[in-house]
Ligand binder design. Structure first.
Ligand code: ATP
Length: 132
């Protein structure tokens, strides 16, 4: 059977390069799945959880948005940041969540509300991906 290759890349590092059976990704207009033989496509991703299946194993990762490109049985995810669920520091994410919530609950004139909202979304998605 044809395989599918998944690469997850950030500006800092290659997070994952693996042969997989299936990829589930958080597209901006909804979750989508990729099996071998998928037509070429490019989709923007939401901040959220992306997973792959390989045999009876399911592995979750956090992605901070970005893009997924599919062509020739290869899925390339480019994201500003991404981590395997097992590499997520939940305590750090809890602290980032608390900081962002505090900024948003008591905004000051110099508070960047959009930035705090994005930080909150990343923290919540990391905590949720780590618990999968
Ligand atoms: P923080 O405020 O804790 O830095 P952030 O959402 O601003 O969180 P990012 O800018 O998304 O962090 O990521 C910066 C770098 O830190 C990336 O390499 C990312 O993979 C890593 N990183 C951020 N938070 C975590 C975490 N909770 N666990 C593991 N790695 C993390």
């Amino acid at each position: 059977m044809e395989g599918l290759r998944l690469d997850i890349v950030t500006p800092d590092k290659v997070v994952l390069q693996e042969e997989v059976d299936y990829v589930g990704a958080p597209g901006v207009s909804g979750e989508f799945g990729i099996l071998p033989g998928h037509a070429p496509m490019l989709s923007a991703l939401k901040v959220g959880a992306l997973f792959f299946r390989k045999g009876d194993r399911t592995v979750w990762t956090f992605v901070s948005g970005g893009f997924a490109q599919v062509s020739d049985n290869k899925v390339t995810v480019l994201a500003e940041s991404a981590e395997l669920a097992s590499d997520i520091d939940v305590e750090r994410a809890e602290q980032a969540k608390a900081r962002a919530e505090k900024r948003l609950s008591d905004p000051q004139p110099d508070t960047d509300v959009v930035r705090a909202s994005l930080a909150l979304a990343r923290a919540v998605a990391r905590i949720s991906a780590a618990r999968r």
